[in-house]
Design a protein around this ligand. Structure first.
Ligand code: FAD
Length: 454
Protein backbone atom coordinates (compact mmCIF):
# COMPACT_ATOMS: atom_id res chain seq x y z
CA UNK A 1 0.00 0.00 0.00
CA UNK A 2 2.43 2.59 -1.10
CA UNK A 3 0.52 5.56 -2.40
CA UNK A 4 3.51 7.57 -3.41
CA UNK A 5 6.09 6.31 -5.84
CA UNK A 6 8.81 4.48 -4.02
CA UNK A 7 11.12 5.30 -6.87
CA UNK A 8 12.94 8.12 -5.20
CA UNK A 9 10.28 10.78 -5.00
CA UNK A 10 9.61 10.34 -1.37
CA UNK A 11 12.58 10.35 0.85
CA UNK A 12 12.02 7.40 3.11
CA UNK A 13 10.95 5.11 0.28
CA UNK A 14 7.24 5.35 0.78
CA UNK A 15 4.86 7.48 2.75
CA UNK A 16 2.09 5.10 3.65
CA UNK A 17 -1.58 5.81 3.34
CA UNK A 18 -1.72 5.75 7.09
CA UNK A 19 0.97 8.38 7.49
CA UNK A 20 -0.84 10.70 5.13
CA UNK A 21 -4.17 10.06 6.79
CA UNK A 22 -2.70 10.86 10.20
CA UNK A 23 -1.24 14.03 8.80
CA UNK A 24 -4.58 14.92 7.32
CA UNK A 25 -6.32 14.62 10.67
CA UNK A 26 -4.12 17.49 11.81
CA UNK A 27 -4.22 19.53 8.63
CA UNK A 28 -7.93 19.31 7.82
CA UNK A 29 -9.39 21.49 10.59
CA UNK A 30 -6.84 24.20 9.77
CA UNK A 31 -7.33 24.16 6.00
CA UNK A 32 -11.11 24.07 6.38
CA UNK A 33 -10.95 27.02 8.75
CA UNK A 34 -8.81 28.98 6.29
CA UNK A 35 -10.91 28.29 3.21
CA UNK A 36 -14.30 28.49 4.89
CA UNK A 37 -13.99 31.46 7.21
CA UNK A 38 -11.80 34.00 5.42
CA UNK A 39 -12.95 36.31 2.64
CA UNK A 40 -9.55 36.14 1.02
CA UNK A 41 -9.57 32.38 0.51
CA UNK A 42 -13.25 31.85 -0.11
CA UNK A 43 -13.61 34.22 -3.07
CA UNK A 44 -12.20 33.54 -6.48
CA UNK A 45 -12.32 35.81 -9.48
CA UNK A 46 -12.23 34.17 -12.86
CA UNK A 47 -13.42 34.39 -16.37
CA UNK A 48 -16.02 31.68 -16.25
CA UNK A 49 -18.35 32.45 -19.11
CA UNK A 50 -16.56 34.54 -21.70
CA UNK A 51 -13.93 32.18 -22.98
CA UNK A 52 -14.53 29.69 -25.75
CA UNK A 53 -13.05 26.25 -25.91
CA UNK A 54 -9.87 26.74 -27.95
CA UNK A 55 -9.69 23.14 -29.13
CA UNK A 56 -13.04 22.12 -30.56
CA UNK A 57 -16.54 23.34 -31.11
CA UNK A 58 -18.20 22.55 -27.79
CA UNK A 59 -21.72 23.72 -28.57
CA UNK A 60 -23.16 20.27 -27.93
CA UNK A 61 -21.37 19.57 -24.71
CA UNK A 62 -23.27 21.93 -22.45
CA UNK A 63 -24.95 20.86 -19.29
CA UNK A 64 -28.34 22.42 -18.76
CA UNK A 65 -28.99 20.98 -15.29
CA UNK A 66 -29.55 23.43 -12.49
CA UNK A 67 -26.81 21.52 -10.63
CA UNK A 68 -24.30 22.72 -13.20
CA UNK A 69 -25.06 26.39 -12.62
CA UNK A 70 -22.77 28.74 -10.74
CA UNK A 71 -24.06 31.57 -8.63
CA UNK A 72 -21.79 34.54 -9.24
CA UNK A 73 -21.57 37.61 -7.05
CA UNK A 74 -23.25 40.06 -9.39
CA UNK A 75 -24.03 42.55 -6.70
CA UNK A 76 -20.90 44.52 -5.84
CA UNK A 77 -22.07 44.81 -2.27
CA UNK A 78 -21.45 41.08 -1.85
CA UNK A 79 -17.84 41.38 -2.97
CA UNK A 80 -15.33 42.21 -0.21
CA UNK A 81 -14.70 45.93 -0.45
CA UNK A 82 -11.06 45.82 -1.39
CA UNK A 83 -11.81 43.84 -4.55
CA UNK A 84 -14.60 46.00 -5.87
CA UNK A 85 -13.86 47.54 -9.23
CA UNK A 86 -13.21 51.00 -7.82
CA UNK A 87 -10.64 49.71 -5.36
CA UNK A 88 -8.98 47.44 -7.85
CA UNK A 89 -8.53 50.25 -10.33
CA UNK A 90 -6.80 52.27 -7.60
CA UNK A 91 -4.22 49.57 -7.36
CA UNK A 92 -3.59 49.41 -11.06
CA UNK A 93 -0.57 51.20 -12.36
CA UNK A 94 2.42 50.98 -14.61
CA UNK A 95 5.17 51.24 -12.03
CA UNK A 96 4.74 47.84 -10.59
CA UNK A 97 7.51 46.13 -8.79
CA UNK A 98 7.35 43.07 -6.71
CA UNK A 99 9.14 43.72 -3.43
CA UNK A 100 11.17 40.57 -3.81
CA UNK A 101 12.15 40.84 -7.44
CA UNK A 102 12.10 42.89 -10.56
CA UNK A 103 9.15 43.07 -12.86
CA UNK A 104 9.66 40.89 -15.89
CA UNK A 105 8.34 43.15 -18.59
CA UNK A 106 8.81 46.84 -18.63
CA UNK A 107 5.68 47.96 -20.37
CA UNK A 108 3.11 45.73 -18.79
CA UNK A 109 4.61 44.22 -15.70
CA UNK A 110 3.06 41.01 -14.60
CA UNK A 111 2.37 41.83 -11.06
CA UNK A 112 0.79 45.24 -11.15
CA UNK A 113 1.82 48.33 -9.28
CA UNK A 114 2.90 48.21 -5.71
CA UNK A 115 2.99 51.28 -3.62
CA UNK A 116 4.74 51.11 -0.27
CA UNK A 117 1.60 50.05 1.51
CA UNK A 118 0.10 47.85 -1.10
CA UNK A 119 0.53 44.11 -0.98
CA UNK A 120 1.44 42.04 -3.96
CA UNK A 121 -1.53 39.85 -3.40
CA UNK A 122 -4.08 42.65 -3.76
CA UNK A 123 -2.85 43.88 -7.02
CA UNK A 124 -4.38 44.18 -10.44
CA UNK A 125 -3.20 41.54 -12.85
CA UNK A 126 -3.16 41.35 -16.59
CA UNK A 127 -4.78 38.37 -18.21
CA UNK A 128 -2.61 37.85 -21.20
CA UNK A 129 0.68 37.96 -19.44
CA UNK A 130 2.18 34.63 -18.72
CA UNK A 131 5.24 34.25 -16.59
CA UNK A 132 7.48 31.71 -18.27
CA UNK A 133 7.48 29.77 -15.02
CA UNK A 134 3.70 29.38 -14.97
CA UNK A 135 2.20 25.91 -15.23
CA UNK A 136 -1.18 27.22 -16.10
CA UNK A 137 -2.83 30.02 -17.94
CA UNK A 138 -3.31 32.79 -15.41
CA UNK A 139 -6.76 33.74 -14.25
CA UNK A 140 -7.47 37.38 -14.41
CA UNK A 141 -8.48 39.54 -11.49
CA UNK A 142 -8.57 42.76 -13.41
CA UNK A 143 -11.70 44.83 -13.45
CA UNK A 144 -11.43 45.23 -17.22
CA UNK A 145 -11.46 41.53 -17.99
CA UNK A 146 -15.09 41.08 -17.00
CA UNK A 147 -14.26 38.21 -14.73
CA UNK A 148 -16.79 37.24 -12.12
CA UNK A 149 -16.35 36.96 -8.40
CA UNK A 150 -17.54 33.66 -7.11
CA UNK A 151 -18.01 32.56 -3.55
CA UNK A 152 -16.51 29.09 -3.44
CA UNK A 153 -18.58 28.37 -0.35
CA UNK A 154 -21.83 29.07 -2.11
CA UNK A 155 -20.90 26.87 -5.06
CA UNK A 156 -19.67 23.62 -3.54
CA UNK A 157 -18.06 21.01 -5.73
CA UNK A 158 -20.49 18.10 -5.93
CA UNK A 159 -22.58 15.96 -8.26
CA UNK A 160 -23.96 18.02 -11.11
CA UNK A 161 -25.19 15.44 -13.60
CA UNK A 162 -22.59 16.55 -16.17
CA UNK A 163 -21.66 13.41 -18.11
CA UNK A 164 -21.60 11.86 -21.56
CA UNK A 165 -19.60 12.68 -24.62
CA UNK A 166 -18.80 16.26 -23.60
CA UNK A 167 -17.26 15.24 -20.27
CA UNK A 168 -15.41 12.23 -21.75
CA UNK A 169 -14.00 14.34 -24.54
CA UNK A 170 -12.43 16.67 -21.99
CA UNK A 171 -10.99 13.84 -19.89
CA UNK A 172 -9.75 12.13 -23.02
CA UNK A 173 -7.95 15.27 -24.17
CA UNK A 174 -6.50 15.75 -20.68
CA UNK A 175 -5.07 12.23 -20.60
CA UNK A 176 -3.70 12.55 -24.08
CA UNK A 177 -1.51 15.38 -22.82
CA UNK A 178 0.33 12.63 -20.99
CA UNK A 179 1.66 11.18 -24.22
CA UNK A 180 4.88 13.08 -24.13
CA UNK A 181 6.83 11.28 -26.76
CA UNK A 182 4.64 9.48 -29.22
CA UNK A 183 1.03 8.92 -29.68
CA UNK A 184 -0.97 7.12 -32.28
CA UNK A 185 -3.51 9.94 -32.20
CA UNK A 186 -2.60 12.61 -34.68
CA UNK A 187 -4.99 14.97 -32.93
CA UNK A 188 -2.98 14.92 -29.75
CA UNK A 189 0.08 16.21 -31.50
CA UNK A 190 -0.49 19.82 -30.71
CA UNK A 191 -3.24 21.21 -28.60
CA UNK A 192 -2.59 24.64 -29.97
CA UNK A 193 -4.58 23.62 -33.02
CA UNK A 194 -7.94 24.97 -33.86
CA UNK A 195 -8.87 22.32 -36.37
CA UNK A 196 -9.45 19.35 -34.13
CA UNK A 197 -12.18 17.40 -35.83
CA UNK A 198 -15.45 16.76 -34.09
CA UNK A 199 -15.11 13.93 -31.63
CA UNK A 200 -16.01 10.41 -32.58
CA UNK A 201 -19.22 8.83 -31.41
CA UNK A 202 -19.85 8.35 -27.72
CA UNK A 203 -19.18 4.64 -27.93
CA UNK A 204 -15.75 5.26 -29.41
CA UNK A 205 -14.93 7.57 -26.55
CA UNK A 206 -16.00 5.02 -24.01
CA UNK A 207 -13.87 2.36 -25.64
CA UNK A 208 -10.98 4.69 -25.91
CA UNK A 209 -11.22 5.76 -22.29
CA UNK A 210 -11.55 2.19 -21.10
CA UNK A 211 -8.46 1.34 -23.13
CA UNK A 212 -6.77 4.29 -21.48
CA UNK A 213 -7.84 3.05 -18.05
CA UNK A 214 -6.55 -0.46 -18.79
CA UNK A 215 -3.34 0.96 -20.10
CA UNK A 216 -2.92 3.04 -16.96
CA UNK A 217 -3.49 -0.04 -14.84
CA UNK A 218 -0.93 -1.95 -16.82
CA UNK A 219 1.45 0.88 -16.45
CA UNK A 220 0.89 0.81 -12.74
CA UNK A 221 1.54 -2.94 -12.55
CA UNK A 222 4.59 -2.48 -14.63
CA UNK A 223 5.98 0.09 -12.30
CA UNK A 224 5.57 -2.12 -9.29
CA UNK A 225 6.75 -5.20 -11.17
CA UNK A 226 9.11 -4.45 -14.03
CA UNK A 227 8.54 -7.95 -15.39
CA UNK A 228 4.88 -7.30 -16.21
CA UNK A 229 4.74 -7.40 -20.00
CA UNK A 230 3.98 -4.15 -21.67
CA UNK A 231 0.96 -4.37 -23.91
CA UNK A 232 0.49 -1.42 -26.15
CA UNK A 233 -3.12 -0.45 -26.57
CA UNK A 234 -4.52 1.77 -29.22
CA UNK A 235 -4.37 5.40 -28.57
CA UNK A 236 -2.83 5.58 -25.17
CA UNK A 237 0.78 4.76 -25.44
CA UNK A 238 2.49 5.42 -22.19
CA UNK A 239 5.73 3.89 -23.29
CA UNK A 240 7.76 5.83 -20.86
CA UNK A 241 9.45 4.97 -17.67
CA UNK A 242 10.84 8.25 -16.56
CA UNK A 243 9.88 9.82 -13.30
CA UNK A 244 8.64 13.09 -14.73
CA UNK A 245 6.13 11.47 -17.06
CA UNK A 246 4.83 9.26 -14.31
CA UNK A 247 4.42 12.26 -12.06
CA UNK A 248 2.46 14.08 -14.75
CA UNK A 249 0.09 11.15 -15.18
CA UNK A 250 -0.36 10.75 -11.44
CA UNK A 251 -1.23 14.42 -10.96
CA UNK A 252 -3.94 14.25 -13.61
CA UNK A 253 -5.36 10.93 -12.49
CA UNK A 254 -5.25 12.04 -8.85
CA UNK A 255 -7.19 15.19 -9.70
CA UNK A 256 -9.76 13.09 -11.57
CA UNK A 257 -10.03 10.73 -8.59
CA UNK A 258 -10.52 13.64 -6.22
CA UNK A 259 -13.34 15.05 -8.35
CA UNK A 260 -14.95 11.59 -8.47
CA UNK A 261 -14.70 11.26 -4.68
CA UNK A 262 -16.54 14.55 -4.14
CA UNK A 263 -19.28 13.90 -6.63
CA UNK A 264 -19.87 10.38 -5.27
CA UNK A 265 -20.05 11.68 -1.70
CA UNK A 266 -22.25 14.67 -2.40
CA UNK A 267 -24.56 12.88 -4.81
CA UNK A 268 -28.12 13.73 -5.73
CA UNK A 269 -30.43 10.77 -5.34
CA UNK A 270 -32.74 11.53 -8.23
CA UNK A 271 -35.49 9.33 -6.81
CA UNK A 272 -35.73 10.92 -3.38
CA UNK A 273 -34.29 14.32 -4.29
CA UNK A 274 -31.86 14.03 -1.38
CA UNK A 275 -28.15 14.72 -1.38
CA UNK A 276 -26.36 11.72 0.04
CA UNK A 277 -23.26 9.53 -0.38
CA UNK A 278 -23.47 7.05 -3.25
CA UNK A 279 -21.47 3.97 -2.27
CA UNK A 280 -21.94 2.27 -5.65
CA UNK A 281 -20.46 5.34 -7.34
CA UNK A 282 -17.42 5.13 -5.06
CA UNK A 283 -17.03 1.40 -5.64
CA UNK A 284 -17.17 1.68 -9.42
CA UNK A 285 -15.03 4.75 -9.87
CA UNK A 286 -12.49 4.44 -7.07
CA UNK A 287 -12.56 1.33 -4.95
CA UNK A 288 -12.16 -0.96 -7.96
CA UNK A 289 -9.22 1.13 -9.15
CA UNK A 290 -6.68 1.26 -6.32
CA UNK A 291 -4.19 3.02 -8.58
CA UNK A 292 -6.56 6.00 -8.81
CA UNK A 293 -6.73 6.23 -5.02
CA UNK A 294 -2.98 5.91 -4.91
CA UNK A 295 -2.68 8.86 -7.30
CA UNK A 296 -4.99 10.91 -5.12
CA UNK A 297 -2.75 10.30 -2.11
CA UNK A 298 0.24 11.12 -4.27
CA UNK A 299 -1.30 14.51 -5.03
CA UNK A 300 -1.93 15.07 -1.36
CA UNK A 301 1.78 14.52 -0.67
CA UNK A 302 2.81 16.77 -3.57
CA UNK A 303 0.57 19.69 -2.59
CA UNK A 304 1.45 19.29 1.09
CA UNK A 305 5.10 19.73 0.18
CA UNK A 306 4.36 22.83 -1.93
CA UNK A 307 2.35 24.41 0.89
CA UNK A 308 5.09 23.62 3.42
CA UNK A 309 7.75 25.05 1.11
CA UNK A 310 5.81 28.26 0.68
CA UNK A 311 5.22 28.67 4.42
CA UNK A 312 8.28 30.74 5.37
CA UNK A 313 7.56 33.29 2.61
CA UNK A 314 3.97 33.74 3.67
CA UNK A 315 5.13 34.83 7.10
CA UNK A 316 6.78 37.91 5.74
CA UNK A 317 5.40 41.19 4.48
CA UNK A 318 6.16 39.99 0.99
CA UNK A 319 2.64 38.65 1.05
CA UNK A 320 -0.33 40.60 2.26
CA UNK A 321 -3.82 39.29 2.68
CA UNK A 322 -5.59 42.49 1.91
CA UNK A 323 -9.23 42.50 2.73
CA UNK A 324 -9.26 46.15 3.72
CA UNK A 325 -9.33 45.48 7.44
CA UNK A 326 -5.90 45.12 9.14
CA UNK A 327 -7.15 42.89 11.93
CA UNK A 328 -8.86 40.58 9.44
CA UNK A 329 -5.66 40.52 7.38
CA UNK A 330 -3.65 39.51 10.44
CA UNK A 331 -6.18 36.81 11.29
CA UNK A 332 -5.99 35.48 7.73
CA UNK A 333 -2.20 35.36 7.85
CA UNK A 334 -2.31 33.52 11.17
CA UNK A 335 -4.66 30.93 9.68
CA UNK A 336 -2.44 30.48 6.62
CA UNK A 337 0.56 29.94 8.84
CA UNK A 338 -1.27 27.35 10.91
CA UNK A 339 -1.89 25.39 7.71
CA UNK A 340 1.69 25.68 6.47
CA UNK A 341 3.10 24.67 9.85
CA UNK A 342 0.91 21.59 10.00
CA UNK A 343 1.84 20.74 6.41
CA UNK A 344 5.50 20.86 7.46
CA UNK A 345 5.21 18.13 10.09
CA UNK A 346 6.66 15.51 7.75
CA UNK A 347 9.72 17.08 6.20
CA UNK A 348 10.36 16.29 2.54
CA UNK A 349 7.18 14.31 2.13
CA UNK A 350 7.86 14.73 -1.58
CA UNK A 351 11.38 15.38 -2.80
CA UNK A 352 11.10 17.67 -5.78
CA UNK A 353 14.86 18.06 -6.11
CA UNK A 354 15.00 14.61 -7.74
CA UNK A 355 12.93 15.64 -10.71
CA UNK A 356 14.16 17.12 -13.96
CA UNK A 357 17.75 16.29 -13.14
CA UNK A 358 18.74 12.94 -14.63
CA UNK A 359 18.54 11.45 -18.09
CA UNK A 360 16.10 13.26 -20.31
CA UNK A 361 14.71 15.05 -17.23
CA UNK A 362 16.08 18.56 -17.83
CA UNK A 363 14.80 18.68 -21.39
CA UNK A 364 11.37 17.55 -20.27
CA UNK A 365 10.66 20.44 -18.00
CA UNK A 366 9.39 22.83 -20.61
CA UNK A 367 7.31 20.10 -22.20
CA UNK A 368 5.85 19.24 -18.81
CA UNK A 369 4.98 22.88 -18.18
CA UNK A 370 3.42 23.39 -21.61
CA UNK A 371 1.33 20.28 -21.29
CA UNK A 372 0.06 21.35 -17.94
CA UNK A 373 -0.83 24.72 -19.41
CA UNK A 374 -2.81 22.94 -22.10
CA UNK A 375 -4.75 21.14 -19.41
CA UNK A 376 -5.60 24.44 -17.82
CA UNK A 377 -6.80 25.74 -21.21
CA UNK A 378 -8.92 22.64 -21.63
CA UNK A 379 -11.01 23.77 -18.68
CA UNK A 380 -12.71 26.23 -21.06
CA UNK A 381 -14.09 23.16 -22.85
CA UNK A 382 -15.90 21.88 -19.75
CA UNK A 383 -19.59 22.27 -20.50
CA UNK A 384 -20.84 22.60 -16.93
CA UNK A 385 -20.26 25.91 -15.19
CA UNK A 386 -19.71 24.52 -11.73
CA UNK A 387 -17.40 21.76 -12.98
CA UNK A 388 -15.52 24.39 -14.97
CA UNK A 389 -15.22 26.60 -11.89
CA UNK A 390 -13.72 23.83 -9.76
CA UNK A 391 -11.73 22.47 -12.69
CA UNK A 392 -10.15 25.90 -13.10
CA UNK A 393 -9.53 26.32 -9.39
CA UNK A 394 -7.87 22.91 -9.17
CA UNK A 395 -5.77 23.07 -12.33
CA UNK A 396 -4.56 26.47 -11.15
CA UNK A 397 -3.91 24.98 -7.71
CA UNK A 398 -1.84 22.09 -9.08
CA UNK A 399 -0.11 24.44 -11.51
CA UNK A 400 0.84 26.68 -8.60
CA UNK A 401 2.07 23.71 -6.56
CA UNK A 402 4.23 22.57 -9.50
CA UNK A 403 5.54 26.09 -9.95
CA UNK A 404 6.46 26.37 -6.27
CA UNK A 405 8.13 22.95 -6.35
CA UNK A 406 10.00 23.12 -9.63
CA UNK A 407 10.63 26.78 -10.35
CA UNK A 408 11.98 27.92 -7.02
CA UNK A 409 15.27 26.57 -5.89
CA UNK A 410 15.26 25.44 -2.27
CA UNK A 411 18.63 27.02 -1.69
CA UNK A 412 18.10 30.33 -3.38
CA UNK A 413 16.84 33.64 -2.02
CA UNK A 414 14.41 33.91 -4.88
CA UNK A 415 10.98 34.68 -3.51
CA UNK A 416 8.12 32.75 -5.09
CA UNK A 417 6.00 35.42 -6.71
CA UNK A 418 2.40 34.34 -6.76
CA UNK A 419 -0.77 36.07 -7.80
CA UNK A 420 -3.74 36.21 -5.48
CA UNK A 421 -5.63 33.73 -7.66
CA UNK A 422 -2.71 31.30 -7.47
CA UNK A 423 -2.58 31.43 -3.68
CA UNK A 424 -6.33 31.03 -3.35
CA UNK A 425 -6.32 28.15 -5.84
CA UNK A 426 -3.42 26.40 -4.13
CA UNK A 427 -5.02 26.43 -0.69
CA UNK A 428 -8.46 25.50 -2.00
CA UNK A 429 -6.97 22.61 -3.96
CA UNK A 430 -5.27 21.50 -0.77
CA UNK A 431 -8.63 21.72 1.01
CA UNK A 432 -10.25 19.60 -1.73
CA UNK A 433 -7.55 16.93 -1.42
CA UNK A 434 -7.87 16.97 2.34
CA UNK A 435 -11.61 16.46 1.96
CA UNK A 436 -10.99 13.64 -0.52
CA UNK A 437 -8.81 11.72 1.92
CA UNK A 438 -11.42 12.03 4.58
CA UNK A 439 -14.17 11.07 2.11
CA UNK A 440 -12.29 7.91 1.11
CA UNK A 441 -12.04 6.91 4.78
CA UNK A 442 -15.75 7.50 5.29
CA UNK A 443 -16.58 5.47 2.17
CA UNK A 444 -14.40 2.63 3.46
CA UNK A 445 -16.40 2.65 6.68
CA UNK A 446 -19.68 2.60 4.73
CA UNK A 447 -18.40 -0.31 2.69
CA UNK A 448 -17.40 -2.25 5.81
CA UNK A 449 -20.80 -1.56 7.37
CA UNK A 450 -22.55 -2.78 4.25
CA UNK A 451 -20.41 -5.94 4.19
CA UNK A 452 -21.12 -6.58 7.88
CA UNK A 453 -24.86 -6.21 7.29
CA UNK A 454 -24.87 -8.70 4.42
P1 FAD B 1 -15.38 9.67 -16.14
O1 FAD B 1 -15.10 10.15 -14.75
O2 FAD B 1 -15.90 10.64 -17.14
O3 FAD B 1 -14.02 9.04 -16.68
C1 FAD B 1 -13.84 8.74 -18.07
C2 FAD B 1 -12.83 7.58 -18.17
O4 FAD B 1 -11.58 7.99 -17.60
C3 FAD B 1 -13.23 6.31 -17.39
O5 FAD B 1 -14.05 5.49 -18.18
C4 FAD B 1 -11.90 5.70 -17.06
O6 FAD B 1 -11.43 4.91 -18.14
C5 FAD B 1 -10.97 6.89 -16.92
N1 FAD B 1 -10.79 7.30 -15.53
C6 FAD B 1 -11.74 7.64 -14.61
N2 FAD B 1 -11.19 8.05 -13.48
C7 FAD B 1 -9.85 7.97 -13.64
C8 FAD B 1 -8.75 8.27 -12.81
N3 FAD B 1 -8.89 8.77 -11.59
N4 FAD B 1 -7.51 8.04 -13.30
C9 FAD B 1 -7.32 7.55 -14.55
N5 FAD B 1 -8.34 7.28 -15.40
C10 FAD B 1 -9.58 7.49 -14.94
N6 FAD B 1 -19.24 15.94 -12.55
C11 FAD B 1 -19.91 16.28 -11.43
O7 FAD B 1 -20.95 15.71 -11.13
N7 FAD B 1 -19.42 17.26 -10.58
C12 FAD B 1 -18.26 17.91 -10.85
O8 FAD B 1 -17.86 18.80 -10.10
C13 FAD B 1 -17.54 17.56 -12.03
N8 FAD B 1 -16.39 18.20 -12.36
C14 FAD B 1 -15.76 17.88 -13.53
C15 FAD B 1 -14.59 18.56 -13.88
C16 FAD B 1 -13.95 18.29 -15.07
C17 FAD B 1 -12.70 19.03 -15.42
C18 FAD B 1 -14.51 17.32 -15.97
C19 FAD B 1 -13.84 17.03 -17.29
C20 FAD B 1 -15.65 16.63 -15.63
C21 FAD B 1 -16.28 16.90 -14.41
N9 FAD B 1 -17.44 16.22 -14.03
C22 FAD B 1 -18.09 16.55 -12.88
C23 FAD B 1 -17.90 15.04 -14.80
C24 FAD B 1 -17.30 13.75 -14.17
O9 FAD B 1 -15.91 13.89 -13.94
C25 FAD B 1 -17.49 12.53 -15.07
O10 FAD B 1 -16.99 12.80 -16.35
C26 FAD B 1 -18.95 12.09 -15.19
O11 FAD B 1 -19.50 11.89 -13.91
C27 FAD B 1 -19.04 10.76 -15.99
O12 FAD B 1 -18.33 9.76 -15.29
P2 FAD B 1 -17.92 8.37 -15.89
O13 FAD B 1 -18.12 7.34 -14.83
O14 FAD B 1 -18.56 8.16 -17.21
O15 FAD B 1 -16.32 8.42 -16.09
Amino acid sequence: DCPVSSKAIVQDACASYLTLEKLNVRVKPAIDDLTQTTDFFSHYRLNLFNKVCPFWDDQNGFCGNIGCAVETLDNEADVPEVWRAKELSKLEGPLAKHPGGTAKKEKRPLHGALGDNVGESCVFEYDDECDDRDYCVPEDESASAKGDYVSLLRNPERFTGYTGEGAWQVWDAIYRENCFSKSSFPKSANLGMSSWPQGPAVQDFKQMMDAAGRQAQLQQQRLSNPKTPFVASTGFEVDDECLEKRVFYRVVSGMHASISAHLCWDYLNQTTGEWQPNLACYETRLDKHPERISNLYFNYALVTRAVAKLGPYLQTDQYQFCTGDPSEDAATRAKVLTVTQKASIIPQIFDESLMFVNGEGPSLKEDFRNRFRNISRLMDCVGCDKCRLWGKVQTNGYGTALKVLFEFDNNSDDIPVLKRTELVALFNTYARLSESLSTISRFRTLKDEKAAAE
